[in-house]
Design a protein around this ligand. Structure first.
Ligand code: IPE
Ligand code: MG
Length: 223
């Protein structure tokens, strides 16, 4: 969800104004995906690197997470959304951890859209955590394969993404789902996240629907 800062700057507003409107875009994305029958939506809300931003901005983002959760849980419940926060949750304040866990608990039985919110997340951190867990479980060498590694990632029960959307023209992966995006289709748009609404999201899905996914095979083989 990139481009909040640039959106605000363009309007002569403080960066935090971009984050605030960005939260509305997320709300709209969740609704659009639920309506379109998307099963999993995984969003990159806060990276392991984002902790290095100015203290005031990090503080504002924490308050925004907390307020957005308070405000939206009932609506998510109503829309049958199953919510999960994935990442190094232990990095957050005890209050925020409690709130995230309570929201996950409350929405855990829902059967509609799976909303995965990656927080204090890094693709490399996730792989390191998986290796540590595998060692803790003493997984024998002959059981270490791609499937096993997948089961030790935070996303163990989330299928690999089909479509990776990057807003704000960024032509890089920025440490997001490094393992899982091996064969994801990438869609880059110049639209900044606060302006990325239903119309833009549906355009990305339509673009994706025209792609030919070969997974390393030839075009003839997949016909
Ligand atoms: C993304 O927008 C929001 C978070 C990382 C939380 P940015 O804040 O990165 O926006 P730009 O890149 O400065 O425009
Ligand atoms: Mg950015």
């Amino acid at each position: 969800m990139d481009g909040n800062g640039r959106w605000a700057k363009k309007k002569g507003l403080p960066r935090i104004a971009g984050h605030k409107v960005g939260a509305d875009s997320l709300k709209e994305a969740v609704k659009t995906c639920a309506e379109a029958g998307v099963k999993h939506l995984t969003v990159y809300a806060f990276s392991t690197e984002n902790w290095k931003r100015p203290k005031e901005e990090v503080g504002f983002l924490m308050t925004l997470f907390s307020q957005t959760l308070d405000r939206e849980v009932a609506e998510l419940e109503k829309n049958n959304v199953r919510l999960r926060f994935l990442g190094r949750l232990q990095d957050f304040s005890p209050e925020l951890q409690k709130k995230m866990k309570a929201a996950m608990e409350r929405l855990s039985k829902n059967t509609g859209l799976n909303l995965n919110v990656m927080v204090s997340y890094g693709g490399r951190a996730e792989i390191v955590d998986a290796i540590l867990e595998m060692r803790k479980d003493e997984v024998p060498n002959d059981e270490i394969n791609e499937e096993t590694v997948g089961k030790y990632l935070y996303t163990k029960d989330v299928p690999d993404p089909d479509l990776l959307i990057r807003t704000a023209s960024e032509m890089r992966v920025s440490n997001f789902l490094l393992w899982q995006i091996a064969y994801a289709e990438i869609y880059v748009t110049e639209v900044l996240w606060p302006d990325f609404r239903k119309k833009e999201l549906l355009a990305a899905i339509v673009d994706y629907s025209k792609r030919e996914r070969r997974f390393g095979k030839t075009s003839e083989q997949i016909k």
